[in-house]
Ligand binder design. Structure first.
Ligand code: AMP
Length: 451
């Protein structure tokens, strides 16, 4: 088994990792860190939740420390571009955490907030700058930022950048960077446009891929509930009756949908809030802070707003609407089962979403256990009925590939999934452990399995 000490990381970094209780590196960290340390470019196919931030932050910090020099005025030594404000803040936070014994300056720049503090932070120069593309372009145009001294450039969540229309600003930013630099490029998927951009940016990169299905197959108990569209919110409230759903992230397809669901839940006395692109930065930060603090039990989010949200201890992810793009399902459910914990993901699927479900199952190469709630009108009367599934206190099944795998992973209490990757590639047909899944969600209810 690989340890952080095997990866050639310096003492101050190892100390910070020990303080964070990171026992072992995740697969992307094991594969990426040694080549990034040598100065090689990197192409990483990985989504949030795989430990990819540390995979680039740790070697960047080490490389900057190996060649000490003052931060360039109005510029930075390492530049990280991220698609959303939340993700940019979290990346900056990770640099601060891992680099806490090294004394580097870190600044974050994104839209929706005042320019003044960002201008002041940039004036003297910073070692590490994390930015969203739009606001960084403003600073470049205003000559507040000058990126001619960048030594290492990271493009994170490139496919999301494409979805948000950020490719033109990214190309403009890249044009202001010096030619000689190290490039690290991360994307969860590789649409043609993104492959093309990677080809333009990277020179002889090391390639590292951590497939999303590693996460979905081994760690997250998944469940589909077929339900009529107009009964979804009742079913959601009913599911939330279970106190085990302590910190639940609900996904809707639209911003208005997110607001509607949050309002409904508040109406039935379930503490909920919504987070999406129409909310101000302050509102988003407050909603996230209350969710992290456990004051709000349910956060209803759209994909963009939730992308990169890093909240430990999300117990459940509910797909209130299925996403149009199957990859988004993997991103969504990846918000649970973080940092070594197991998680539960439930999808409420109406008839008109069945083809979307098919696409998701094709992508993740698994059939998600399904239950039919469409003709089930007496929701309240179900509580006393014997569950069809294993109660959650029963020992985890050790038979069946998915279950055994998941049990072992959770004993380890770590993020590293050396077997997970292989399981994803070789064990594509493995089923998630059905018994674990619904038992953890709703132990006392009667579900009507479809098949
Ligand atoms: P990321 O994929 O970068 O968003 O990381 C997801 C989460 O995993 C974050 O909460 C990290 O703090 C955590 N994490 C990253 N690497 C490790 C590790 N080696 N061991 C335990 N937790 C980790």
């Amino acid at each position: 088994m690989t340890h952080f000490t095997d990866l050639g990381l310096a003492k101050p970094l190892l100390k910070a990792l020990a303080e964070e209780n990171y026992a072992t590196p995740t697969p992307i960290q094991t594969q990426a860190i040694p080549s990034v340390l040598t100065g090689q470019d990197l192409l990483g196919i990985a989504q949030t939740g795989t430990g990819k931030t540390a995979a680039f932050a740790l070697p960047i910090l080490q490389r900057l420390a190996a060649d000490p020099k003052p931060a360039p005025r109005r510029g930075c030594r390492a530049l990280v571009l991220a698609p959303t404000r939340e993700l940019a803040s979290q990346i900056a936070e990770s640099f601060r955490t891992y680099g806490r014994h090294m004394g580097f300056s870190v600044a974050v720049v994104f839209g929706g907030v005042k320019y003044g503090p960002q201008v002041r932070a940039l004036a003297a120069g910073v070692d590490i700058l994390v930015a969203t593309p739009g606001r960084l372009i403003d600073h470049i145009n205003e000559k507040v930022a000058n990126l001619s001294a960048v030594e290492i450039f990271v493009l994170d969540e490139a496919d999301q950048m494409l979805d948000l229309g950020f490719l033109p600003p990214i190309r403009r930013i890249v044009a202001t960077l010096p030619k000689k630099r190290q490039n690290l490029f991360f994307s969860a998927t590789m649409p043609t446009e993104i492959g093309k951009l990677a080809g333009e940016l990277l020179i002889n990169p090391a390639k590292v891929a951590v497939t999303p299905s590693a996460t979905t197959v081994t760690r997250i108990a998944q469940q589909v509930l077929f339900v009529e569209t107009d009964r979804k919110r009742h079913l959601l409230a009913e599911l939330l009756d279970d106190a085990k759903m302590a910190r639940t992230l609900v996904f809707t397809r639209t911003k208005r949908g997110a607001d509607r669901v949050a309002r409904y839940l508040e109406g039935v006395k379930i503490r909920a809030d919504s987070i999406h692109g129409d909310k101000s930065q302050g509102q988003r930060e407050r909603a996230l802070a209350a969710f992290k603090a456990g004051e709000t039990r349910v956060l209803v989010a759209t994909d963009i707003a939730a992308r990169g949200i890093d909240v430990d201890g999300v117990t459940h992810v509910i797909n209130y609407d299925l996403p149009n793009v199957p990859e988004a399902y993997v991103h969504r459910i990846g918000r649970t089962a973080r940092a070594g914990a197991d998680g539960v993901a439930v999808a409420l699927v109406s008839d008109d979403e069945r083809s979307l479900l098919k696409d998701i199952q094709k992508l993740t190469r698994q059939t998600i256990p399904a239950f039919d709630r469409r003709n089930d009108r007496g929701l309240g009367a179900l509580a006393a009925v014997e569950p069809k599934t294993t109660p959650d206190r029963a020992p985890r099944p050790q038979h069946g590939r998915g279950g055994a795998q998941g049990g072992k992973q959770s004993q380890n209490r770590r993020r590293s999934r050396p077997g997970g990757q292989n399981a994803a590639a070789g064990g594509g047909k493995s089923q998630p452990s059905g018994p674990r899944s619904i038992a953890a969600t709703q132990p006392a209810a009667r579900w009507n399995p479809v098949d």
